[in-house]
Design a protein. Sequence first.
Length: 187
Amino acid sequence: MQALLDHIAQFVPLSAELAATLRQRTQSHHFRKQELLHKADTVCRRTYWIQRGLVRIYFNKDGKIVTDGFAAENEWMTSAYSFMRGVPDAYAIAAIEPTEAYSWSLEDLLHLFDQFHEMERFGRMIMSAQFIQQSERLNSLRFTSPAEKYQHFCTYYQPILGRLPLGMIASYLGITPETLSRVRAKG
């Protein structure tokens, strides 16, 4: 739990009252490799902060699994639309490796935002970073070659690159595993 408190304290002041409320409102999880954090076609009830491990968010399109993102240590993961709207969506979240995480429900999060101005600020900062990341990804997918997509991926995901199966990387980039192999061979 202290690691999560330290993470939050990097962004906003952490009073004793806020720390105590966070301890009360935060749930701890341990997920096995390939265990689901969130099942597709259900409402995503929690947002997760990854303390140790690696997870991915993905969906099934016409029988093909498409990876939409990854989160590792000190990063957040949720199926945002489902979580915020309280509706099912097509996304699933699974552990790629054994994972330790902390989570909040939407009710927890809204309580933290209502009671602590600094948590509202923290939420805005995290959501802004996520928005920027998604915008950069869309630009990369739309306007770059496979080699440029892979280079952008390597730059952004460098700390976890060796922990990801190549098929998941290809899926995330929207290219075939064969194209990824050719790009890597030229690199």
